[in-house]
Design a binder for this molecule. Structure first.
Ligand code: 5GP
Ligand code: ZN
Length: 119
């Protein structure tokens, strides 16, 4: 069920502390931690602690929580000092777009030049 922890979900396990992660920010509703396979000098994932499969279903089921994730993405960018040069917030949605973990997460990427359009 939306919002409930999923036994087979990697990011639910990180929220529960069962898999270690390098946490950079935490709120009552969100967690931000470094991507294990960074694609830029700064690459942080921001997730809702509650399980939702992707950004669209998160926004539909829990719009305030979706806003929490976006607000935290901005705080991460400020903490990482990547605001001035520009950064990207990405929600890969669906396997065809590269989503591999089906627990909604914002990628916050910066610290290098970012091409547009992305591949
Ligand atoms: P997606 O491909 O679903 O958009 O993003 C999933 C991200 O999670 C990938 O960038 C991947 O490197 C990252 N990731 C996968 N497993 C782990 C893990 O165990 N710990 C951390 N910190 N990141 C992970
Ligand atoms: Zn989950």
């Amino acid at each position: 069920m939306a919002g409930e922890p999923q036994a087979d979900c990697l990011f639910c396990k990180i929220v529960e502390g069962n898999i270690p992660a390098t946490i950079v920010r935490e709120t009552e509703t969100t967690l931000a931690f470094r991507d294990i396979n960074p694609q830029a000098p700064s690459h942080v994932l921001v997730i809702p602690k509650a399980h939702h499969a992707d950004a669209a279903s998160l926004a539909a089921a829990a719009p305030e929580l979706a806003a929490d994730v976006l607000r935290e993405a901005g705080h991460v960018a400020a903490d990482e000092e990547i605001v001035e040069h520009g950064y990207r917030v990405v929600f890969n949605t669906g396997a065809g777009a590269g989503q591999t973990v089906f627990h909604a997460h914002a990628h916050v990427l910066g610290g290098r030049g970012l091409q547009w359009p992305p591949g």
